[in-house]
Design a protein around this ligand. Sequence first.
Ligand code: GLY
Length: 366
Amino acid sequence: MNVASDILIIGSGIIGLSLAVELRRRGASVTVLSRDFKQAAAHAAAGMLAPQAENLPPSPMLDLCLRSRALYPEWVQTLEELTGAIALYWDCGILAPVYADQAPNELSNNGVVSHWLDKDAIAQLQPGLSSDVIGGYWYPEDAQVDNRALAQVLWLAAQNLGVDIREGVIVEEIQHQADRVVIVKTSAGDFSAQHYVLATGAWSNQFLSLPVYPKKGQMLSLQVPVNKYNHQAITEKLPLQRVLFGSEIYIVPRQDGRIVLGATSEEVGFEPNNTPAGIQKLLTAAIRLFPQLADFSIQELWWGFRPTTPDELPILGRSAYENLTIATGHYRNGILLAPITAVLLADMIMQQQVDPLLSYFHYSRF
Ligand code: GLY
């Protein structure tokens, strides 16, 4: 028997690691069981911090996302100070260009600070857009983080703080007696703790009866031509200085000249691989929106699985077991929601403080 720490977290994705760091910083001893760190959706995402560009309606979900976005700069800074590594948070804003042929409901926005730019104004803010663009919404407060760098920073922060991370451990069963979890059976033996957290993303219903299923997203990245833009001190010379959130495509420029394109949304279970149709769809939409991308080199293709729920909202908070907390189902917003999920669930687990917002995300709504 591995007698674990105060808290055992199942899952080493962005949510599991963010919560591990938060709990450890508040003094708890924490063990994280990680099946395969590289498989986490955190590596597949684009890192947009985009409650506004995602056009979430006024709702508890929008409130949760806005609170998390507000936490981001300081949260990343703390993680960077803990590790000496960087997560490349960039408050670059997000531009949502609009075509004349878009349906009117796609032109709405959720009433939070945004600016409508007409054709001339949008061309001035972002040169190089398609001549089909008639204008667009500018969300200066939306931002981005390099999700892969962030995942590494979180892993390092957890290690530096003394979180016991067990990589390559496959959870076989969560065993309970009456309304308490007593043991987690794994490929590396049994683990027990005072409190347990399930943060296993798209795989969550393998462990608890929860309506979480995968929605596949295919993605690719391009590289800005080095000779054209001079790879040294590249940021101010980049052709894109902000995220473009278009119809069926988003284009996320990184400060090192990489450009991430995403993402398809497919209900194909855990079917792996990229497909010609998926990549063609992304490239067609991306080149229409920002034509000069057609000449950039393709760097990498990949895919990931969004943890999706029937109402596309996360499942956060208490479970049917008094010593098991659920943190899953973040769907399109796992990177964005990491800091608020960590703070609210750490408040709940360690201080027994339940933020009223959590009631909207309880598993019992299903
Ligand atoms: N957050 C964007 C996506 O899931 O594709």
